[in-house]
Design a protein around this ligand. Structure first.
Ligand SMILES: Nc1nc2c(ncn2[C@@H]2O[C@H](COP(=O)(O)OP(=O)(O)O)[C@@H](O)[C@H]2O)c(=O)[nH]1
Ligand SMILES: [Mg+2]
Length: 334
């Protein structure tokens, strides 16, 4: 039996092995991904992002518990958070009870190192998510620390992105500084048991009014995608990100949050945004692969000497970089 078949049959060991191969971008990993691709496209991808310490891991834990107990969904969790790893299903935060989830065959938790992937983290995460999707997990939750561009890219993989805030983290609303609010589908004010909840919520509300939610779906890497909405798209009300209060240490507000997530999925389906997001995501992946492929082709098509000579001409201001590029791409000497 091939590893892809084993994964489709629910073999956890084969799944763990493939995840490692995929993370290492190995040849076996890539060929399994190709075999599995036709089986993807069913999972609901939920991104959870926010500053460190806001309670993301605790929240993810509660969400997973809720989906297990009340909806019998199969849940995969991808944690990209060096500060609180989910290593081996072990406990992260002090009071978080990951034990409730570990041992459940319908839950799979995977930690990914955020360093060492050299800009390939978003791609590696996308591939890991694809494996879980093919393996039949209904919901794949990806936790990232909302700090840099790669986190924003990872969040953009998701159908539904939760941005987590917490009161009393010092400097107002940290995630907004990172420009992450624009990708939020649902804002979570966690640690609602702490003083200052009202202020955090108020600040989020006024930020929301300044945001332009209509542009969110169409943007990737700050570039407007040339994606047209499907023709049959019915006129639906625009999605305004709701603000949900939670206390992840106790589970307060989790059913309401799950409800909001459900409403978001319904909105995505009804408005046609679900397939629009799928298309955007796959198109970005396709474009990146084409770019890499073309670059490799180009490198194979010229010699180092040709390249160096051309570069030297540019340094001496004999030809411009534009001319140099076009000359090199045509395989000619300057
Ligand atoms: N008081 C309070 N503490 C919380 C809540 N949620 C999480 N915490 C605590 O905040 C700390 C950081 O939580 P963690 O989930 O690791 O945050 P992350 O870094 O965003 O993943 C831990 O000590 C948690 O127990 C909450 O709703 N209320
Ligand atoms: Mg965490």
């Amino acid at each position: 039996m091939t590893s892809s078949q084993a994964i489709l049959n629910g073999d956890r060991l084969a799944l763990a092995r493939l995840l490692t191969q995929v993370e290492n971008n190995s040849q076996e990993g890539r060929s399994s991904l190709m075999e599995l691709f036709p089986h993807t496209g069913k999972a609901h991808l939920i991104g959870v992002t926010g500053a460190p310490g806001t309670g993301k891991s605790s929240l993810v834990n509660q969400l997973a518990l809720h989906y297990r107990k009340n909806e019998n969904k199969r849940i995969a969790i991808v944690a990209i958070d060096p500060s609180s790893p989910f290593t081996g299903g072990a406990v992260l935060g002090d009071r978080v009870r990951m034990r409730d989830l570990s041992g459940d065959p319908n839950v799979f938790i995977r930690s990914m190192a955020s360093r060492g992937s050299l800009g390939g983290l978003a791609q590696a995460t996308a591939n890991v998510v694809q494996v879980f999707d093919a393996a039949g997990f209904d919901i794949v939750i990806v936790e990232t620390v909302g700090a840099g561009q790669s986190e924003v890219d990872i969040a953009r993989l998701a159908h539904t992105t939760l941005v987590v805030e917490a009161p009393g983290l010092g400097d107002d609303i940290q995630a907004i500084k990172a420009g992450i609010l624009e990708i939020a589908d649902i804002l979570v004010v966690n640690k609602a048991d702490r003083p200052g909840v009202e202020n955090t919520e108020k600040a989020l509300k006024s930020m929301l009014e300044l945001a332009h939610p209509t542009e969110r779906v169409f943007k990737h890497h700050g570039v407007s995608m040339k994606v047209e909405a499907p023709k049959q798209k019915p006129t639906t009300a625009m999605w305004i990100p709701p603000i949900q209060r939670t206390v992840s240490t106790e589970g307060t507000g989790i059913p309401e949050l799950v409800n909001a997530i459900g409403r978001h999925v319904a909105h995505l389906r009804l408005s046609g945004d679900w397939s629009l997001r799928e298309r955007t995501r796959l198109e970005v992946e396709l474009e990146a692969l084409i770019r890499d492929g073309l670059m490799n082709q180009f490198r194979d098509s010229i010699t180092t000497q040709q390249y160096e000579e051309t570069m030297e001409s540019v340094m001496q201001r004999k030809i411009s970089p534009w001319e140099a590029a076009s000359t090199l791409m045509n395989g000619r000497k300057p």
